[in-house]
Design a protein. Structure first.
Length: 225
């Protein structure tokens, strides 16, 4: 009787082991050897990159040719071809708001702006310099430490077609604060980025890192030039 009981118990144990292996085995296998899954956006990102690169082949690259007559100065006897610097009397965004364009740029692109008792003049603020990444504390007393560059230099714009515009259009371009101007720290040697894009040269990760206006300049040139 005892022998028969032992045989039955052994048989039950064997059955349980087989059933457990059947139920648990696949789960353990999946844990030990997980099936790799592709990122759901990887193919989309790849397709977008290919499309973007293909689009570059359709972009018309114009060669810059020097055009006579460029004279930025508005002193007596000079051409003043883009109008007085930072004029509020333009059709550009922010024009005729009672504040000059330089202060519009500072107010729009600095952080923690303090105008004191003035409606327009920026007295203090914080600038994240687009060239160096440094955080600069702007103070009106040292205003020259922060200079405002045209993303597309006016001399470059003149050569690339602005010479044929009306004075009103050129003044609007020169003071189009959201599109053409950017504050940055004053530096002894001006970066190549503000001298104008060079036709025939492709952007690289290195040049993109050192020229923060590159993307903006390309987009804004299609708006104006």
């Amino acid at each position: 009787m005892r022998t028969r009981t032992k045989v039955v118990l052994v048989a039950l144990v064997c059955v349980l082991v087989v059933v457990a292996g059947y139920l648990v085995g696949p789960a353990v296998g999946r844990l030990m050897h997980p099936t790799p899954t592709a990122s759901p956006t990887s193919s989309q990102e790849r397709d977008a990159s290919v499309q973007a690169l293909s689009s570059l082949e359709t972009v018309l690259v114009r060669t810059r040719t020097k055009v006579a007559g460029y004279d930025r100065s508005c002193s007596p006897g000079h051409g003043c071809v883009f109008g007085p610097a930072w004029s509020d009397d333009t059709t550009a965004a922010g024009g005729h708001n009672g504040c000059d364009t330089r202060n519009d740029v500072l107010a729009g692109q600095l952080q923690d702006v303090d105008k004191g008792t003035s409606r327009c003049v920026v007295q203090a603020g914080t600038l994240d310099d687009p060239y160096s990444g440094a955080r600069i504390e702007f103070r009106k007393a040292q205003a020259d430490e922060v200079q405002i560059d045209h993303v597309v230099p006016l001399a470059y714009a003149w050569d690339m077609g602005a010479s044929a515009w009306t004075l009103e259009a050129r003044m609007a371009f020169a003071n189009d604060e959201p599109s053409t101007s950017w504050p940055s720290r004053r530096r002894p040697t001006r970066p190549r980025a503000i001298k104008g894009p060079r036709p025939g040269r492709r952007a690289t990760s290195r040049t993109a890192a050192s020229t923060p206006f590159a993307g903006s300049a390309s987009c804004r040139r299609t708006d104006w030039l």
